[in-house]
Design a protein around this ligand. Structure first.
Ligand code: GLN
Ligand code: ZN
Length: 762
């Protein structure tokens, strides 16, 4: 018998109930028992849904108040000393202090670091290990939640993050995380024993690190860890890999002494064949054929063919049907969408629908195709409709991509030529000052937007309000003496949504939320078709703002890679093609801005680094098409129009050459959090164009001193010629309040003036 299962389910709730409960708890509006009850209700509801959909087993422990990695940290008692934890069970106050920091009477601690979970937009809390880190079971959560599910009558399988992934994703004093393996394994063994005693027949250990580049030592650690855990328990062990191919780790994974192994067959269908060939006969394969992190409806016919092959080769008893990864990364329920176009809606499946796909496929395998004939017909019809729909295919877009060869995409002349012309046209001083684009989105701005969306404010009144705000911010920038101005972005709620709403080929959901971190959720747009820009988007705003001042006002666009990264992307063509289509749509906007007399255009790419593939061997291909997309967006411009770009909060060292290959005239880059590191890069790498290393951190209300900004600029001047340097904050100011914004920018302008005096004529 083939079994239907998933690795995990979204936890936030259909109506984001967990978010509501958490935020009320943090504000002190509800107590701990209310929070715990809300969580228990959600878990019960989610298990019911999975069982009702026909899953044979439900995962437990996939729920979390914040993050599953942080749960492991609490479970293993790996609490950094600054939280003053006393060694007993980790309480909620300590747990949330690690997640979010804490500031109250006598306590002032920073949160632990948060970073992206592989290449998803989910963020986990990074474990922090001391050199001699000890581990001691400090939470009963996995057992509690397993028993809770059992009491409610569910066939439950506890889920943990496996030891190697847990260790590798942490940061340790002095590095060498796997040196902690011997210390951590007894703790893992103890958890497995407790779960076994509680009645768990199977235990799932997530090891997505198996899809990364691993060295021999890491592979050996896998073998050692699982041999140890095998001895520790009689419960069956299920190792889950996802987000990519096992690749050169396949043999290591197949050799683990475990009972089942999960493969991501959406990202890496090609690995099935070798896995079927080489899996030992004792191993069950869980086949992730339904996309757990995108919104497309499964092609049931194609999946069934693949599953049938597997079942024929290794036997039905050794096959499970599943989603590629935990459904955590998919939105909840397509049925909640009432305004989506019905044709597009028919191409989609959210978590709830994916459960149905998994159980349908399982039935098809167990009972034969006849048992699911209707579902197969409906799926075929949807596949056909999507393949042929004129909504998706816009021949003009395809033709344009052929006309504009990617290899030659970019500016007409080399930077040196452009730079001379731009200097003449712009007439900027040494150390020119500017900002990244947005100014404070105050409560008033947000209220006007909400009122406009609810129809309480007329479009005319809203427009007048936005113009007044823009006018104020232009005056403000002139008054404090900035050199290159921005219009403030008051008309934008989100830098991707704003463009997506105007491009063709994009759809938006009402409830398509996915967890980003903690209580925070995002609602990515869905790119379903060829992308084009039917009409100008930002031109009237930029023209209006420029009409108010003699100083240059920057046009402000979101770059192709960032739009791609922060959307659900179509799976019927390579991501690169979609990126290049977006780039062409942006190119139209760029050229229209130039025509409207805009002298500087900024194309933001904060997500440029995020797009990097998990395996290094694939980096170069990505960097090539991503940089081409950027250059495509700035193709056709006159030499004296300046292109700026902005990137933030990422590691830039290893991709600096690719960043330089974007050939932006100016890059405004975040450095204030990792100044030293960034400046090191510029010692090793001669950045060819102009650069604005962010001189202060906008994520804090703190007003920087003139001296510290001067110190940073002086340091930068030793690596980068003063004639190449710009002065700017490290990111947009939309989350800040006005008073600190004003104070900080005044000091920044003063710092730039001092630098000019010092370096004039040098
Ligand atoms: N121009 C955007 C802003 O200033 C850039 C935001 C970002 O880097 N994420 O808000
Ligand atoms: Zn930024």
């Amino acid at each position: 018998m083939v079994l239907a299962t998933v690795l995990g389910f979204p936890r936030i709730g259909k109506q984001r109930e967990l978010k509501t409960a958490l935020e009320r708890y943090w504000k002190g509006k509800i107590g701990e028992s209310d929070l715990r009850n809300a969580a228990a209700d959600l878990r019960a509801e989610h298990w019911r849904q999975q069982k009702a959909a026909g899953l044979d087993v439900v995962p437990t422990g996939d729920f979390s108040f914040y993050d599953q990695m942080l749960d492991m940290t609490a479970l293993l008692g790996a609490i950094p000393p600054r939280y003053g934890w006393t060694g007993e069970g980790v309480d909620l106050a300590t747990f949330f202090a690690m997640a979010r920091g804490a500031q109250r009477e006598g306590v002032d601690v920073q949160a632990m670091e948060m970073t992206k979970w592989f290449d998803t937009n989910y963020h986990y809390i990074v474990p922090e290990f001391a050199h001699d880190q000890k581990f001691k079971i400090s939470s009963t959560k996995p057992v509690d939640e397993f028993l809770e599910a059992r009491r409610l009558g569910f066939n439950a399988r506890p889920v943990l993050i496996g030891p190697i992934t847990y260790l590798l994703l942490g940061k340790k004093e002095g590095g060498g995380n796997l040196a902690l393996l011997d210390t951590i394994l007894p703790a893992y063994a103890e958890i497995l024993q407790k779960l076994e005693q509680a009645g768990a027949a199977w235990i799932q250990l997530d090891e997505p690190a198996l899809v990364l580049d691993l060295d021999a030592a890491a592979r050996a650690a896998y073998a050692k860890a699982y041999a140890y855990l095998r001895q520790a328990t009689k419960a069956k062990l299920f190792v889950a890999t996802y987000f990519g191919a096992l690749g050169d780790n396949l043999d290591a994974a197949l050799a683990l002494p475990v009972d089942a192994l999960h493969l991501d067959l959406v990202r890496a269908p090609q690995q099935l064949d070798s896995a079927l060939d080489r899996a030992p006969t004792s191993l069950t394969l869980s086949l992730g054929v339904v996309d757990g992190r995108n919104v497309w409806r499964n092609d049931l016919g194609a999946s069934l063919r693949l599953l049938e092959t597997a079942a024929a080769r290794i036997g039905k008893d050794r096959v499970w049907v599943s989603a590629s990864c935990s459904l955590l990364h998919a939105p909840y329920d397509l049925d909640l969408e009432t305004t989506l176009d019905p044709e597009i809606k028919n191409w989609l499946a959210f978590a709830q629908q994916k459960l149905g796909e998994i159980t349908t496929l399982t039935r098809g395998l167990n009972e034969g195709r006849g048992a699911i004939a209707d579902a197969l017909d409906a799926s075929d019809a949807a596949v056909k409709s999507r393949a042929n729909s004129p909504r998706i295919h816009n021949p003009a877009v395809a033709a344009r991509l052929i006309e504009q060869p990617l290899a030659s995409a970019g500016r007409k002349s080399p930077f040196a030529t452009r730079s001379a012309l731009q200097k003449k046209r712009l007439g900027l001083p040494l150390f020119p000052t500017t900002t990244i684009g947005s100014f404070p989105q105050t409560a008033e701005v947000r209220k006007h937007r909400a009122d406009f969306k609810n129809g309480k404010v007329t479009p005319e009144a809203y427009d007048a309000f936005l113009k007044a705000e823009t006018q104020k911010v232009i005056r403000f920038q002139e008054d404090i003496g900035l050199d290159v101005l921005v219009h403030g972005e008051f008309e934008r709620s989100d830098m991707v949504e704003y463009f997506g709403e105007q491009f063709s080929g994009f759809a938006f959901t009402q409830n398509g939320w996915v967890q980003s971190y903690g209580s925070r959720c995002v609602k990515p747009p869905i790119i379903y078709g060829d992308v084009a820009r039917p009409r100008p988007i930002t031109v009237s705003w930029s023209r209006f703002a420029q009409s108010l001042t003699e100083k240059p006002v920057k046009g402000m666009l979101t770059g192709p890679v960032t739009i791609l990264q922060w959307s659900f992307v179509r799976d019927d063509q390579p991501r690169s093609v979609t990126a290049h289509q977006i780039a062409l749509a942006l190119q139209d906007e760029v050229l229209d801005l130039e025509k409207a007399g805009i002298r500087i255009i900024q194309i933001d790419e904060p997500a440029f680094r995020e797009g990097l593939p998990l395996r290094r061997a694939e980096w170069q291909a990505y960097l090539t098409w991503a940089a081409q997309a950027f250059r495509l967006a700035s193709t056709g411009l006159k030499d004296d129009t300046q292109i700026q770009t902005h990137m933030c909060y990422a590691e830039f060292n290893d991709i600096i050459a690719a960043i330089a290959s974007l050939d932006a005239d100016v890059i405004l880059i975040e450095t204030s959090r990792s100044q030293r590191k960034l400046l090191e890069i510029f010692t090793a790498f001669k950045y060819p164009n102009e650069i604005g290393p962010g001189v202060y951190d906008i994520h804090s209300p703190r007003v920087p001193s003139e001296e510290e900004m001067i110190a940073l600029l002086e340091k930068a001047s030793t690596r980068i010629a003063p004639a190449q340097l710009w002065v700017n904050p490290d990111c947009g100011l939309k989350t800040r309040e006005w008073p600190e914004t004003k104070a900080s920018l005044e000091k920044m302008v003063a710092a730039a003036r001092r630098m000019r005096e010092r370096h004039a004529g040098k």
